[in-house]
Design a protein around this ligand. Structure first.
Ligand code: IPE
Ligand code: IPE
Ligand code: MG
Length: 240
């Protein structure tokens, strides 16, 4: 893509793995395996397009409600993928980070996530944030809790609390807010993703199922983004 405004930060809901498999009379788990390949393509395509940050929704705080077998497979796939991909990500200078409540995950998985973050933290390439056991409401409540602690200890004065200060407590506060949101799989909802961070994000929905995501899907989303006039409350004349 050339000659158009590019988003600095893209947030993605990778949806449609199950339906992709169902269409092929295959178990949902196969859809998730194909989804991993699509994720690799997405990271590479965003990296190639010089996107500064990519935030992927891998597992929501609501996804625990799925059948035990599927949750188990997702965890296993997550661990295997993490182990298999970190080297390549590191080679490509990607900085990996996990957001969400990691406390329910087993030690092995938590250690693996920490190791990946540590190994890649000094890289100079794209920020890759992976949301696991993440919920937008959890993020906001967690921020409120940490802020309250700072008020309790006197580090912050309640009178100082405003949007800017609160915003430093939510996840990804050190990165530009997502400019572009992409959801595959045809649903037009946010599903408790980055509620605070998406306040002014351009929303792009595509019927493409996640395992089919490729460079063309990204190009379509980037073209959509390039056509948006971002007004942030102003009139078209003011920003035009
Ligand atoms: C997204 O695909 C992957 C995860 C939520 C982990 P789904 O598994 O939600 O696929 P559909 O929506 O059932 O097709
Ligand atoms: C959102 O997808 C979460 C992830 C992609 C990880 P879901 O498929 O779980 O969303 P809902 O429940 O259909 O809204
Ligand atoms: Mg889904």
């Amino acid at each position: 893509m050339t000659d158009q405004a590019l988003p600095r930060h893209i947030a993605v809901i990778m949806d449609g793995n199950g339906r992709w498999a169902k269409k092929r009379f295959m178990p949902r788990t196969l859809g998730h395996r194909e989804g991993v390949k699509a994720t690799r393509r997405a990271v590479e395509a965003c990296s190639k397009n010089k996107i500064e940050a990519l935030t992927l929704f891998a597992f929501s705080s609501e996804n625990w409600r799925r059948p035990e077998e599927e949750v188990g497979l997702l965890m296993k796939l997550f661990l295997v993928t993490l182990r298999g991909e970190v080297k390549r990500l590191h080679r490509n200078k990607v900085r990996v980070r996990f957001i969400g409540d990691k406390s329910p995950f087993n030690d092995t998985l938590r250690e693996e996530m920490e190791a990946a973050e540590k190994r890649t933290e000094n890289n100079s390439g794209m920020y890759l944030n992976i949301a696991v056991n993440y919920g937008g409401r959890w993020d906001i409540a967690h921020a409120a809790k940490r802020l309250c602690r700072d008020v309790e200890t006197g580090k912050v004065n309640a009178a100082q609390v405003d949007e800017a200060l609160f915003g430093t407590y939510v996840d990804l506060s050190d990165l530009p807010e997502p400019d572009l949101f992409i959801r595959t799989g045809g649903e037009r909802r946010i599903s408790n993703y980055l509620l605070w961070q998406l306040a002014y994000t351009e929303l792009y929905f595509t019927d493409a199922l996640w395992p089919d995501f490729d460079e063309n899907t990204l190009d379509e989303a980037l073209a959509f983004f390039g056509q948006r006039q971002r007004r942030f409350g102003r009139t078209g004349e003011q920003v035009g």
